[in-house]
Design a protein around this ligand. Sequence first.
Ligand SMILES: Cc1ncc(COP(=O)(O)O)c(C=O)c1O
Length: 388
Amino acid sequence: MPTIANRVAGFSTTIFTEINELALQYGALNLGQGRPDFDGPPDVIQALIDGLRNPTVNQYPPGAGALSLRKAISDHTARFYGMDVDPQKGVLVTAGATEAVFSSILGIVDRGDEVILIEPYFDSYLPNLAFIGATPVYVPLHPPNWTFDPDELRRAFTPKTRAILLNTPQNPTGRVFSRDELTLIADLCKEHDVIVISDEVYEHLVFDQAQHIPIASLPGMFERTLTVSSLGKTFSVTGWKIGWLYGHPSLVEGASRAHQFVTFSANHPAQIAAAYALSLPGTYYEEFQSMYTVKRDLLMKALTNAGLKARQPEGTYFIMADFSDIFDGDDIEFARYLTTEIGVACIPPTFFYSHEHAHMASTQARFAFCKSDEMLQQVGERLGKLTR
Ligand SMILES: Cc1ncc(COP(=O)(O)O)c(C=O)c1O
C-alpha cells in the first residue's frame, strides 16, 4: 500500500533537520536555523498571558484576524511606510509568514502559471509552487554582492508570468534591495501585468544606512502587491507563528478565500499580544536594531578572523561567508565538517538554489546571529581552530 502521495514523495527531510541533529549529537554551537536563543520582550509575553485571562480570546477569532491586530498592522504600515491599508478588507492574519505566502500563492496563482523566484530563496516557496502545479522561473543573485543581472531578470518575464516572489531584507544573503533594484522589478511587473508577493519578515532588521523599502510603496505598486510579514522576527517570538499579509482588498480577497480552508484562523491570544507589540514606540525598534548590530559585528569578526570571506549584511540576522580560502570541498561538506569537527553549525546554501544555479553558492555557508553575545564569542574561539 503506498503510504505517501506523489505530491510529497520528492520532499526529503530538510537540511535544517539534518544540521540540527548533527549539532545536537556533536555539541555544536548551532548557528544553523534562524531561531533566537533568547526570549521576546517581557511586556509582550505578559500581553499574551493577559490575553489568556479573557475567555472570549480563548475561542476562534474572526478568520481574517482579530480586528485589534488588523488595525495595529494598518497603523504600523502607515507609521513606518506612509501607506494607507484598510484594516477591514486589506489585511489577513495567518499562521506565520509561511502560511501568508502559501495562501497568497493559492489565492492568486493557477496551475501552469509561471512564478519568478529570486535565488537563493526561502525554502517553502518552491514546494508551495509544486503543490499547485505552477512553474518556477529562476533569477539568481550573483556572489559576492548578491545582485541580480537586469537582463536575466527581464528575460524571466514571459506572457505566462503571473507573479514574482520577492524577499527583502533577504534570507540568506543579508541583502536589502535598493530603490533602483526595486524600481526595475516594479517597472517589469507593471509592463507585464505581474503580481508581487513580497516577503518582508525582516523589515525591522536593517543596519547602518540601509533602508527597508516595501515594493508596495513604489508608484503604481500597491494595487499589484501582497506584502507579507511576521511577528516572530521583530519580537523574537518565532514559536508564536503569527504572520499577516496586506494589500489592495481585491488581491487580499483571493488569499482570504484560500486561508479559510488552510487554517481558517491563527492563534487568538497571540494575536492580541501581537497588536500590543506592533504598537510599541519607536524606541523598541531602535533598541532592537542596536542589539542586533552588536551581534552582527561579533559574528563578522569571528568569521573574518577565521579566514572566511564574510559579506557584511545590510539586513536580516544571517551572514553569508565564502570558505574557499580555508576549505577544499563543497558547502555541504563544509557544513558537516564545521559542525562535527569544529563544533559550529551552519547551513549550506545550495539548498536555496535550483539545480541549475546551485554552483553559485557552493563555496558559501550561512550563519545565523540571532544568538546570545556569549555564544557568538564562543563561536569566535571555536573557529580559531580553523586557521591553526
Ligand atoms: C524569508 C522568510 N520568510 C518566512 C519565514 C517564516 O516566517 P514564520 O515563522 O512567520 O512563518 C522565514 C523564517 O525564517 C523567513 O526567513
